[in-house]
Structures are given as structure tokens and as C-alpha cells.
Ligand binder design. Structure first.
Ligand SMILES: *Cc1c(COP(=O)(O)O)cnc(C)c1O
Length: 354
């Protein structure tokens, strides 16, 4: 038998997930993966400095309890046992799929949305089904339908690539009708006006995931977390790596939870940039989807999206061209600094004229 035949069939058959391009730092304007254009809070940088001179010869706290305590207080969650820390929220999503979706079973996601969930199902030898959003990015009631093999439903909220949000009252209806758990992926919730944390308290089948990658400017650090009822956290703890978060990221994430004013300021500043982007893109003839996240989804009725993306790339500006089979394509532009956005949008204006 060749080595290729020794991999699990699920692995041989799956396609790899392609993350957004990560060119070397300093090589242009990067608006393609929804990172924060601003550095993390100074208190976080100081905590990292201190952790770097701490006992790095010792393993970290396996449960990141300092972080759990700080996060419970910051978010008004009943206690630290409602929180599970992870190496990015992508790790938390992996744990959830490993914990709930077995070989031959199924998960559900809306469409178009975050396609990493499909990869996570593929790894399990499981399958996935996509429920198309209705017009105006509304969720159809069918998103809450049950079937025997359906074991997990995932909803990015705010959604990517649209930046739209399903109101908590609608999410509640979906979760009430489902017999399997509903994961509300709140990677972008810090830029929105509502979230689903309260639903976790009301329903043991509702889980919320959060990340420090976007709003806190810590994508390079890798830290995310789950909010779920304590018995869910306890079960998932069995399948995580013993030391899934390192001492430096735990220190940084703990400090970040104390930076409420910093977060409020970043939200105000970035949402103002977002509003200006939306206005100017609309003036340029784009159909702009009103965003509740740190990016804007737009489509131009009479221009080639791929060509605009390529033109920007030639000018060292990276945005995301996204194409969804049987649905359509468009451009997703992360909220950058005002200067970066000005350069990006001026370049798009030139692209439209060329
Ligand atoms: C960015 C993103 C994540 C991943 O966050 P990490 O904590 O960096 O792993 C999860 N879900 C969605 C919808 C995202 O856009």
C-alpha cells in the first residue's frame, strides 16, 4: 500500500480550506482578512512584555482561568465555568464539530457564509448542507428544521461576507425549533449593536463563539473563546489539547478583557470609517450591503468584480474577491484606517474608469 492510501478516506477526498492571502508585512494596503488596522490596546502589549519575562519554562494554566474570570466579568456571564478558551475561535469551532458531528452525520450553515465550517465537516467524514439566505439576507424558517442526522447548526452573526446581522429574537426562534445545538459565531459582534449572549443563559443548546482577532487587533496572537452552559464546557474540555493556549496569549487575552474603553473607542472610530466607505461606494454606483461588522460587501451592477480586485492588487492593495457558485460574486473590503480606505476607494474609482 502506498502512503497515500493510508490516509483516512475523508482526508484524501476533501479539498483544503484556503485562508486569505497573507503577503509579507509592509508590502501595501491589506484589506482582505478583516484584521484591525490599528495595534492592540497598550495594556495588552504591556501584559505580553511581562509574560515574556515570566516562567516560560513552565506549562501554562490548562484552562486559562485568569482569562475566564476576566471575560465572565467583562461580558456579564454568570461565571468562569461558562467559558472555554481556545487557540483562536477557529479552534473552538473545530472542538464543537469534533464534539457533536460524527462520521456520516451532518452540519448546517447558511449560504453564502463562512465556508471553513464545511472543511470542519469534511475532516470528520461528515457532510454539510447550506441553507440560502432569503432576499435582504434574512434567514428562512427552514434554517430551524430538524432531521435525524443533523447534529450542529452554525450561524456567523454578523455574517461574512455580507456584514448583516440576524436579530437575537430571530435567532431565538431558530434555536427554539432546533433539537441540535446552534453555534452563533460572533467573530464580529464587537462592531454590532446586538449579540446573542443572553440566549446562552436561556437555552443549553445555544453556544456563542468570540475572537480577539478582529476587534482587539490580535489576529497574530491566536485567541478565541466559547460561551456555553457549564456542562457543555466541561464535555468539550475532554477533547481539547491539554495546553491549547500559551502563557503569552493567556496573559494578553486577560488584559484585553479589561480594555472596555479602548474597545468602545475602536468601535466608534471603525464604524465611522465604515459609514464613510458605504457612502462613497454607493456614490460610485455600487450596491452596498449595510454592514454591522468591520468590512463592507459591495457589488457593482455593470463592472467586473474580479478585474477591480486585480487592478487593486497591481497597485499593492489587497481586498477580497469572492465568488459563490449558484449565487454570484462581489468584493469584500475590510475597514482600514481612513487613509488606507481613501487610497483604496480612489484606486477603485480609477479602475471603474479604465
Ligand atoms: C475571522 C473569523 C473567525 C476566526 O477567528 P480566529 O479567532 O482568528 O480563529 C471565525 N469566524 C468568522 C466568521 C470569522 O470571520
Amino acid at each position: 500500500m502506498t502512503l497515500d492510501n493510508l490516509f483516512r478516506p475523508a482526508l484524501s477526498q476533501m479539498l483544503p480550506y484556503a485562508p486569505g492571502e497573507q503577503p509579507p508585512p509592509g508590502s501595501g494596503i491589506k484589506l482582505n482578512t478583516n484584521e484591525n488596522p490599528y495595534p492592540p490596546p497598550p495594556a495588552v502589549v504591556e501584559a505580553i512584555r511581562q509574560a515574556a519575562t515570566g516562567p516560560l519554562n513552565r506549562y501554562p494554566d490548562p484552562m486559562a482561568n485568569s482569562f475566564r474570570q476576566a471575560a465572565a466579568e467583562a461580558l456579564g456571564i454568570p461565571g468562569p465555568e461558562w467559558i472555554l478558551a481556545g487557540n483562536g475561535s477557529d479552534e473552538i469551532l473545530t472542538l464543537l464539530v469534533r464534539g457533536f458531528v460524527g462520521e456520516g452525520q451532518k452540519l448546517r450553515l447558511p449560504y453564502p457564509s463562512y465556508i471553513l465550517y464545511r472543511t470542519l465537516a469534511d475532516i470528520q467524514g461528515a457532510s454539510w448542507e447550506q441553507t440560502p439566505f432569503e432576499d435582504g439576507w434574512k434567514l428562512p424558517a427552514a434554517f430551524g428544521n430538524n432531521s435525524d442526522d443533523l447534529r450542529l447548526v452554525l450561524l456567523p452573526n454578523p455574517n461574512s461576507p455580507s456584514g448583516t446581522i440576524v436579530p437575537p429574537s430571530e435567532v431565538k426562534k431558530i434555536s427554539d425549533s432546533l433539537t441540535c445545538p446552534l453555534v452563533v459565531d460572533e467573530a464580529y459582534a464587537d462592531f454590532a449593536e446586538t449579540n446573542c449572549l443572553d440566549l446562552v443563559k436561556q437555552n443549553e443548546r445555544v453556544f456563542v463563539t468570540r475572537t480577539l482577532s478582529k476587534s482587539y487587533g490580535l489576529a497574530g496572537l491566536r485567541f478565541g473563546f466559547l460561551v456555553a452552559q457549564p456542562h457543555v464546557v466541561a464535555e468539550l474540555t475532554k477533547i481539547k489539547d491539554s495546553y491549547n493556549c500559551d502563557a503569552i496569549s493567556i496573559a494578553a487575552a486577560t488584559a484585553a478583557m479589561g480594555c472596555k474603553d479602548w474597545l468602545a473607542n475602536i468601535k466608534t472610530k471603525m464604524n465611522a470609517t465604515r459609514a464613510a466607505m458605504q457612502t462613497r461606494l454607493t456614490a460610485m454606483g455600487f450596491d452596498v450591503t449595510p454592514s454591522h461588522a468591520n468590512f463592507v460587501w459591495c457589488q457593482h451592477p455593470s463592472s467586473n468584480h474580479k478585474a477591480i480586485y486585480e487592478y487593486l492588487k497591481q497597485n499593492q492593495i489587497l481586498i477580497r474577491y469572492m465568488q459563490f457558485p449558484d449565487w454570484g460574486d462581489g468584493l469584500r473590503i475590510s475597514v482600514g484606517t481612513d487613509e488606507q480606505i481613501d487610497t483604496c476607494l480612489s484606486t477603485i474609482e480609477r479602475a471603474l474608469k479604465s
